[in-house]
Design a protein around this ligand. Structure first.
Ligand code: ATP
Length: 150
């Protein structure tokens, strides 16, 4: 049992070391803060990867927003960046193992993270989706049941 706000604050604290010049992370703290009965470490890993990507793929002096909404059953987390975006033609491939878009050649990475994140979410009965526009930014949306399946 844990609160999603605690995990998010921990991940943001650790991610601060990676921020570029003038980058900041803004977390609009949710009013409802229900407990989750889920694998805390797995959810921390998922959020860490998505926030690291948001930092890596957005420029100096930009802001990353984290937004959380909860209802009785579901916790939904949005990670919103104003970065390079994912070209439309690549959007169907981003969850493939080792896929990297051609607009990321000057950054490090293997292309495996989102594949791992998606597999973990499926194990939790969760869902991941995104909206992205090249040169505008990307929003990843993760929904997780508040209680693990039996
Ligand atoms: P690694 O997993 O080793 O960190 P990676 O970041 O390249 O490498 P993924 O996290 O799997 O791998 O992402 C796959 C691809 O999806 C990225 O290479 C990039 O093209 C695209 N991508 C993911 N997140 C973003 C984002 N926030 N903005 C723009 N492109 C993104």
């Amino acid at each position: 049992e844990f609160k999603i706000s605690d995990i998010v604050n921990d991940v943001i604290f650790d991610a601060k070391l990676l921020l570029k010049e003038g980058q900041q992370i803004k977390y609009r703290e949710n009013i409802t803060d229900l407990s989750l009965y889920q694998d805390e470490q797995v959810i921390e890993l998922i959020l860490t990867h998505l926030i690291h990507n948001a930092i890596k793929y957005s420029p100096e002096n930009s802001t990353i927003h984290i937004d959380i909404q909860q209802n009785e059953d579901l916790t939904t987390i949005k990670i919103i960046d104003n970065g390079i975006g994912i070209p439309l033609k690549d959007q169907k491939n981003v969850f493939e193992r080792y896929f990297r878009s051609e607009n990321v050649i000057n950054t490090e990475g293997t292309g495996i993270g989102l594949n791992i994140v998606k597999n973990h979410l499926e194990n939790l009965d969760g869902i991941i989706s995104f909206e992205s526009e090249e040169h505008i930014g990307t929003t990843f949306i993760v929904s997780i049941p508040n209680t693990a399946k039996q």
